[in-house]
Ligand binder design. Structure first.
Ligand SMILES: [Zn+2]
Length: 327
């Protein structure tokens, strides 16, 4: 039995127990009896190795559909019109909820300016982004990427973000913040799920601390060049007791940090060529000292020009944190 099948088996047994308890309270109505029969049938399919196959085409049903409903019997292509409409309505609602999870306008103050682009590939995305402004002019932020796509990834993204939002105001140390997010994420996900994250804080005096849980390098963009800041620990969700080191930096006026997800660096053009970290760094370098909005907009434009005509395959998030030049 695969870990995924074991997960669905547990889920189905749990549902069976709940249905039985309900039946004990309200009597075995026909709909409950049908539900119990369907659960037993699905459990039998797991034993027989035929779980999760579409009744119409016999191809595997999309994993996200099964996570939403382990009793699903048809793949996306073979859902009937009504079921498809219901699913679309759920997706639209999920997309609206996710848009509201993003911080409204990035705060701009005397100490820091920020800009971001958050572009899901589908209706909902698995990229994580959030930013919390402290009372004294500092910022705490998280950016990352949950493994997988679609609704299942969006649910995990919401889980990470809720944890971050709850902990950021009470945990000033980013290494401990990253470790606590990892710990909670680890306890709430399947073995096969993980997320790469950058958790950082920026103090009013220019000090920045950055922890990277297996995420792509962050770019420090300065007039004298662009420097990569690599991972300082394992991805979140892989090892519950993981700990993180922090990069400690001091940003001068005109310096900026650029964070991004692999939807940027792994984007491909029509010829199958990858965008790559080197191109992003080269695009960012001449923008040292420019406002955060310009840095993000220029990188986004360059990426769009690169994969012109090829639909985006992955979620894209860019975030710039700039220490403004005093005027
Ligand atoms: Zn099918």
């Amino acid at each position: 039995m695969t870990p995924e099948e074991a997960h669905f088996r547990e889920e189905l047994i749990d549902r069976r127990q709940r249905a039985e308890r309900t039946a004990a309270r309200i009597g075995t109505r026909p709909d409950l009896a049908a539900l119990l029969a369907r659960i037993d049938e699905a459990l039998g399919e797991i034993e027989g190795g035929t779980f999760g196959l579409c009744r119409s085409c016999h191809d595997p049903i999309e994993t996200e559909l099964l996570h939403a409903d382990p009793l699903a019997q048809f793949c996306l292509d073979h859902l009937d019109r009504a079921a498809r409409d219901r699913l679309q309505a759920d997706l639209d609602l999920a997309a609206r909820i996710q848009r509201r999870l993003l911080p409204a306008e990035p705060p701009a103050g005397p100490h820091w300016r920020t800009a971001r682009a958050y572009l899901p590939a589908g209706p909902v995305g698995g990229d994580v982004f959030d930013l919390v402004a402290g009372e004294t002019g500092g910022l705490t932020f998280v950016l990352g990427d949950v493994a997988g796509k679609g609704v299942a990834a969006a649910l995990l993204m919401a889980n990470v973000q809720a944890t971050f939002r709850a902990l950021a105001p009470i945990e000033p140390d980013v290494a401990r913040l990253a470790a606590r997010i990892n710990h909670l994420f680890c306890r709430s996900v399947l073995e096969s799920h993980y997320a790469t994250l950058v958790v950082g804080s920026a103090a009013p005096n220019g000090r920045v601390e950055l922890c990277s849980a297996g995420h792509l390098p962050a770019l420090l963009v300065r007039r004298d060049g662009v420097r990569e800041l690599g991972a300082t620990g394992l991805p979140a969700g892989m090892f519950c007791e993981g700990s993180y080191e922090a990069h400690r930096l001091s940003l001068e006026p005109g310096d900026a940090l650029l964070l991004f997800t692999d939807g940027v660096t792994e984007a491909r053009d029509a010829a199958g060529e990858e965008y790559g970290l080197a191109r992003l760094a080269a695009r960012a370098a001449p923008l040292a000292g420019r406002p955060a909005e310009e840095l993000v907009a220029a990188c986004q434009r360059d990426l769009e020009a690169f994969h012109e005509g090829v639909p985006r395959a992955d979620d894209v998030t860019l975030f710039a944190l700039e220490r403004p030049v005093r005027t």
